[in-house]
Design a protein around this ligand. Structure first.
Ligand code: FRU
Length: 507
């Protein structure tokens, strides 16, 4: 690995110091009205993709794409938090700043593995603009490597896979694993013909990599890039997931600016991936992108997504920060789908759970449940078979102005709806998720934070993640039934407050 792959433009610790000072400056005036209590976010600045998710030396490590210099995308660094138990998180020093010539315009996304020498080894993309200023003439991207003995301080090793063709405009986001004595890497490529592909490389020694195959090519010619691909085994299957650029909305599907999903199939080392299912979205909400999975020490497959605020207005940007992760979720196989459930540890944040028992609401009836919930973990079961109301659900983040986000079952659609049309702040619009009604019951778990809502449907068969920025004043939760021939029957309903995930309070 020689020049210019390791040519240094700057000293990393000086760059990290400078970036940390900027975070501290932004933090001094951070407005906390929507800043999360129980989701990972940077102390200040912009974040996007989860990076380098791993378990190393007794702690979980979550790194993330970070702009320490403002609350918009740019100047990509890696921020870092860690946890012993997936519940309580510690802010760690910033991990990576651009210092090499090949990453002059950003240290982009990547993954982490514990290397053969026991060091935490990260693979990431060194990014440069071809024209030196913006994406108009494309990107010059190369896969790079860095190592660490503590997960905190990294030593860069430079480029391990250069971009083989200057007509390739996107070439990034390596995800690495080891199997049968061999290292595998997949990353996203936009080919000279603008097709979205995932390329696979292999290595014996973690430094020298050989092209193996195009392991996945998106069938839609409009999909020009597959960002943040991931490939992992689940029971006897393999899952390939990616964040597709160029996918067009159709019906209820793929309504976000960019959309993350997966296909399930079979794969053997040295062979092609055999796709066996349709493409499914990971999440049906407004804000979910660039998920990354990793394996917990007990074997569970876990995933964090980035709650992507793609559509303007993005009001948290005025508050000195922007972007949060979803809660950590466990991924399991459910037929031709993935089931995603908040990890069981998340329930350790529960406080003062209030049990409302079973509730019967008259047509167009309502019941105020909580006057002011900054955070909540709501569990409810609706008897669909016996209810006749047309919509049954909860107005969340309900303020005196009448602002709220509605999460309900809609009997006309036969789907769960998350509707933000009564929001003053942020993008509005609704998203829906399909519901299996065969049991006659609908089980919802709703995790509410100061600026977000996650809806877990029927134990994670579907899940929706959306920002919801409440207006001023107390934030109530109200149960509602709307229209229809008769009552709404709620078998059970309980609401807990959620404690903070941070080991040390920010202030
Ligand atoms: C996805 C992405 C990645 C890239 C990173 C840059 O959100 O565009 O493809 O590595 O963000 O911040």
């Amino acid at each position: 690995m020689n020049q210019p792959t390791t040519k240094e433009n700057a000293d990393m610790s000086a760059q990290l110091d400078k970036a940390q000072k900027s975070i501290d400056r932004l933090f001094a005036t951070r407005n906390d009205r929507w800043y999360p209590q129980c989701h990972i976010a940077s102390k200040a600045g912009w974040i996007n993709d989860p990076n380098g998710l791993s378990y190393y030396k007794g702690r979980y490590h979550a790194y993330f794409q970070l702009n320490p210099y403002g609350s918009e995308w740019g100047n990509m660094h890696w921020g870092h938090v860690s946890s012993a138990d997936l519940v309580t998180w510690r802010r760690e020093p910033l991990a990576m700043a651009p210092t090499l010539e090949v990453e002059k315009d950003g240290v982009f996304s990547g993954s982490a593995v514990v290397g053969d020498d026991g060091r935490l080894t990260i693979y990431y993309t060194g990014h440069r603009w071809r024209n030196g200023v913006n994406e108009d003439e494309g990107n010059l991207q190369e896969q790079c490597m860095a190592v660490s003995s503590d997960g905190i301080h990294f030593e860069k090793k430079g480029v391990v896979i250069p971009c083989p063709d200057d007509k390739i405009l996107h070439f990034r986001d390596p995800k690495v694993w080891k199997m049968g004595g061999l290292w595998y890497m997949v990353f996203g490529v936009s080919t000279p013909a603008h097709r979205g592909e995932i390329w696979m490389y292999t290595s014996n020694d973690m430094e020298h990599w050989t092209f193996d195959r195009v392991v996945y090519r998106h069938p839609d010619p409009e999909v020009f890039m597959l960002e943040c691909p991931d490939m992992f085994p689940l029971e006897d299957k393999w899952v390939i997931c990616y964040s597709a650029m160029g996918l067009k909305p159709h019906g209820f599907e793929a309504r976000n600016h960019n959309n993350a999903g997966y296909v399930i199939g079979s794969w053997q080392p040295g062979g092609d991936f055999q796709q066996e299912t349709e493409f499914h979205l990971w999440d049906d909400g407004h804000n979910f992108y660039a998920p990354q999975t990793f394996q917990a020490p007990d074997g569970r497959r876990l995933v964090f997504g980035w709650m992507s605020p793609f559509t303007e207005p993005i009001p948290m940007q005025e508050d000195g920060w922007c972007g949060q992760f979803t809660v950590p979720r466990e991924v399991t196989l459910a037929g031709d789908h993935l089931r995603c459930l908040p990890v069981r540890e998340f329930s350790d944040l529960d406080q003062d759970r209030q049990d409302f028992g079973s509730i019967e609401l008259e047509v167009n009836g309502s019941q105020d449940l909580v006057d002011d919930a900054q955070t909540a973990d709501i569990a409810m079961e609706i008897d669909l078979a016996k209810s006749q109301a047309e919509r049954i659900g909860l107005e969340i983040h309900r303020t005196q102005s009448g602002d709220h986000t509605l999460v309900c079952y809609d009997d006309q659609l036969g789907r769960v709806v998350l509707d933000r049309h009564c929001n003053t702040y942020g993008d509005r619009g609704y998203r829906t998720a399909p519901v299996d009604k065969s049991s006659g019951k609908l089980k919802l778990r709703i995790i509410v934070d100061r600026g977000s809502i996650e809806v877990v449907i029927n134990d994670g068969l579907e899940i929706m993640s959306s920002y919801s920025f409440p207006a001023e004043g107390p934030r109530g939760i109200r149960l509602i039934a709307e229209s229809g021939e008769g009552k709404a029957l709620i078998d059970s309903l309980s609401i807990a407050r959620l404690g903070t995930i941070w080991e040390e309070p920010d202030r």
